[in-house]
Design a protein around this ligand. Structure first.
Ligand SMILES: NC(=O)C1=CN([C@@H]2O[C@H](COP(=O)(O)OP(=O)(O)OC[C@H]3O[C@@H](n4cnc5c(N)ncnc54)[C@H](O)[C@@H]3O)[C@@H](O)[C@H]2O)C=CC1
Ligand SMILES: C[C@H](O)[C@@H]1OC(=O)[C@H](O)[C@@H]1O
Length: 244
């Protein structure tokens, strides 16, 4: 699980442990957040290890998978979750903001998924890979012109990887969260007007919580989803279909 010291990744890591998984988490810099996630998982009676690394660095991927397997023995499930969304207008988007967003969200996903898949192929007993994409893979955002293509990209990566890895018994799917209240949008949604507008378009009547993603991710990880690959599961309270 990448980027799991906070938010959706943390909730999904703990949710997986609640369903019997031992969990290795990647995190970028929040040592305390990673340690507390590990502690919560261990309190559930499962094994857990936190491994620091910037997913934008290709070397992080093999390092993470190697150290995770050293600690836990094997990898059955890999969840690519780490991501950033520094909101910014299109016309004056700084090149470094565009490039960092691409490197973390898309290149990082590619290298991480590739490293996990290579390990699963070598192990020879299949696996499940899940990418945290977004409703933003399907719709745009004025201040997210650098971000939405990365979310469409990881969704597309799961579709192609599903084809490349199906013969190895490895399933690849994405979840597409709607607006979930986390660190990534804390500043953006501090605007009360925007927060109210975003909530108002959700048929289920509220913005999401990180824990809302845990069940769908655990489902796709599990054998309950054994014939599901190349799929994308919207987890948005119905926001996407709410045209009028
Ligand atoms: N919160 C939302 O409304 C939505 C979030 N998402 C996606 O969910 C994923 C998780 O985000 P949230 O939990 O919402 O926010 P978050 O900010 O709590 O989590 C993002 C995590 O990624 C980590 N991260 C960032 N850069 C990294 C790097 N270079 N290397 C390793 N880890 C790194 C962060 O440290 C953090 O733990 C992201 O991919 C985001 O795009 C998708 C749709 C909606
Ligand atoms: C960070 C945003 O609030 C969030 O990210 C997404 O992927 C969603 O579509 C929201 O825009």
């Amino acid at each position: 699980m990448t980027g799991a010291s906070t938010g959706i990744g943390r909730a999904a890591a703990i949710g997986a442990a609640q369903h019997g998984a031992d969990v290795a988490i990647n995190y970028h810099s929040d040592d305390a957040g990673a340690a507390s996630c590990v502690a919560e998982i261990k309190a559930l009676g499962r094994l857990a290890v936190a491994i620091k690394g910037d997913v934008a660095d290709p070397a992080t991927a093999t390092d993470f998978v190697t150290r995770a397997c050293d600690a836990l023995g094997k990898v059955d499930v890999f969840v690519n979750n780490a991501g950033i969304c520094p909101f910014h207008a299109f016309l004056d988007m700084p090149a470094e903001t565009l490039e960092r967003t691409m490197r973390v969200n898309l290149h990082g996903a590619y290298y991480m998924v590739q490293a996990a898949a290579n390990r699963m192929v070598a192990q020879g007993h299949g696996g499940s890979i899940i990418a945290v994409s977004s409703i933003s893979a399907l719709v745009g955002g004025e201040y997210q012109t650098h971000y939405t293509p990365t979310k469409a990209g990881v969704h597309s990566l799961m579709q192609s990887a599903a084809i490349a890895l199906g013969r190895h018994g490895i399933r690849c799917n994405s979840v597409l969260p709607g607006t979930i209240l986390t660190e990534i949008n804390k500043d953006d949604l501090a605007d009360e007007g925007k927060r109210t507008r975003m909530a108002a378009r959700v048929p289920l009547g509220r913005l999401g919580a990180p824990e809302d993603l845990a069940g769908p991710i655990v489902f796709l990880a599990s054998d309950l989803a054994r014939y599901v690959t190349g799929a994308a599961l919207l987890v948005d309270g119905g926001a996407f279909v709410n045209l009028q």
